[in-house]
Design a protein around this ligand. Structure first.
Ligand code: MN
Length: 307
């Protein structure tokens, strides 16, 4: 089968038991793993969605429940892939409260089910992802040669109290998600993780959560002060990919292209939180060459995920 030409990588679904408090319209979309989802993909010419859970799902539940529900929700993705061959792939949900089992579930889903990696949401079990307890998960991803997608999640309570309590609109995708995810990405670069696992592949959404804009200044200050093995910017260039999920901005795309090069930028929508048609229109109208457009729409994803 030829590689799909239009692929999106931050496209969410929910296991019915893990939906949480979601507005009805969004909840219905997240639970749909068939007709409506495929219709909206077809309207935007999206051939393949890589499915990932939203919200954080089983990731931070108590270990036994996390392990059981991660397996269950990954099986739900597998049934969806089987029901619609050629339209879906999966990023695994992992029980980070049981890191060894999370690594085992990543291995099982990739080796036995053909999943393309995993998505992690914010911190794991209340601590940043660079914590040593999670290195076994990243080691497994490197060994399987699949990427880990860093998705935003809620800010820690102390941060909410200090900055957001009186401006709640700053919480979530408007601002707090970007700060949280960029901070975790920087911590991963600084932790020594990427020296231990130099082939690790990390995806960050939303056109890099501001990192393409900030990385030169980060590099100039952090690399020296933190005594890193390699310059910070090298980790960013060699271990990171970014997606366009729900950040349909030509200035941000231009900056990302200049900083990272076209090969590291992947089309995504963040469905159902953003519209497939708007995301596709953004790429189709972006002031880039046809060659670069084809790479961003699908060729880069086909290479990274071996589609
Ligand atoms: Mn998302």
């Amino acid at each position: 089968m030829a590689a799909p030409k239009v692929v999106t990588l931050e496209e969410h679904y929910s296991h019915p038991q893990l939906l949480g408090g979601m507005p009805r319209e969004l909840g219905e979309a997240l639970l749909d793993l068939g007709e409506r989802r495929i219709r909206e993909m077809d309207e935007a010419g999206i051939e393949l969605q890589v499915l990932s859970h939203f919200p954080s799902g089983p990731q931070n539940l108590e270990p036994q429940r996390a392990i059981a529900l991660a397996r269950e929700t990954n099986e739900l993705v597998q049934r969806t892939i089987d029901a619609h061959p050629g339209r879906f792939r999966g990023f695994a949900a992992l029980p980070l409260t049981a890191p060894q089992e999370a690594a085992a579930e990543l291995r099982r889903t990739v080796r036995q089910l053909g999943f393309k990696g995993a998505m992690l949401h914010g911190r794991g079990a209340g601590v940043p992802l660079d914590d040593r307890r999670f290195w076994c998960v990243f080691a497994e991803a490197e060994s399987l040669d699949v990427p880990i997608y860093l998705h935003p999640d809620v800010s820690p309570d102390a941060v909410v109290d200090a900055y957001y309590r009186d401006y709640p609109a700053l919480l979530g995708p408007g601002w707090a998600y970007t700060v949280e995810t960029a901070t975790q990405a920087l911590r991963l670069m600084m932790s020594g993780l990427l020296d231990a696992y130099p082939k690790l592949k990390i995806i960050v959404g939303h056109l890099g959560e501001s990192l393409p804009f900030a990385i030169v200044r980060c590099d100039a200050n952090i690399s020296r002060r933190a005594a890193l093995k390699r310059p910070l910017r090298e980790y960013f260039h060699e271990n990171f990919w970014i997606t366009t999920a729900a950040n349909f901005s030509n200035p941000a795309l231009a900056c990302s292209l200049m900083e990272m090069g076209v090969d590291r930028i992947l089309f995504s929508v963040d469905w159902p939180f953003a519209s497939n048609i708007e995301g596709r229109r953004f790429i189709d109208c972006a002031p880039i060459s046809a060659h670069d457009r084809a790479k961003i729409l699908g060729a880069n994803a086909a290479a990274l995920l071996r589609l």
